[in-house]
Design a protein around this ligand. Structure first.
Ligand SMILES: Cc1cc2nc3c(=O)[nH]c(=O)nc-3n(C[C@H](O)[C@H](O)[C@H](O)COP(=O)(O)O)c2cc1C
Length: 136
């Protein structure tokens, strides 16, 4: 099964963990970048508002073809209990029928979005293979 590690990182924690995981698994890796990186105030205000509601923000087109992989491992920070809007954007772009693992990196090691993300993936005929909260 061909694996792609996908990550978004605002301050570098998810990036480091994603890179370590990809190196260990000998998997390809791609970074998801905001179309315009939000300043801290915007991340904590509008970013969290969108994160909680599962709303996407514009992202730069991913530099690899997501459809070329069967298994996707997604590393993301937690913003207000949920993944940030850039991750909601990439979830909306996922091709149907993939096997997906989600690893959420946060200060508390807690999120509150598993069921919601599971429903998003189910609507795309994707299987949630694993879900992990990681305290960074
Ligand atoms: C806008 C914003 C909101 C955050 N909200 C939470 C939160 O709700 N719960 C938590 O445990 N950590 C929260 N954090 C902390 C990050 O999830 C944590 O520092 C994570 O490791 C950051 O990953 P990154 O360095 O890859 O961006 C927040 C950080 C930011 C910037």
């Amino acid at each position: 099964m061909k694996t792609l590690v996908i990550f978004y990182s605002y301050t570098g924690n998810a990036k480091r963990l994603a890179q370590e995981f990809a190196a260990k698994e000998a998997a390809d890796i791609v970074e998801i970048k905001d179309a315009r990186r939000p300043v801290k105030l915007k991340a904590y205000s509008l970013g969290c508002f969108a994160a909680i509601r599962g709303k996407p923000w514009p992202i730069q087109p991913p530099e690899v073809d997501l459809a070329a992989y069967n298994r996707l491992v997604l590393f993301s920070p937690v913003w207000a209990g949920s993944p940030p809007p850039a991750i909601h954007a990439v979830l909306a772009q996922l091709p149907d029928g993939k096997t997906v693992s989600i690893k959420l990196v946060s200060a508390s090691g807690k999120s509150n979005c598993k069921e919601r993300l599971e429903a998003v993936l189910k609507a795309k005929d994707c299987t949630l293979e694993g879900f992990e909260d990681i305290k960074a």
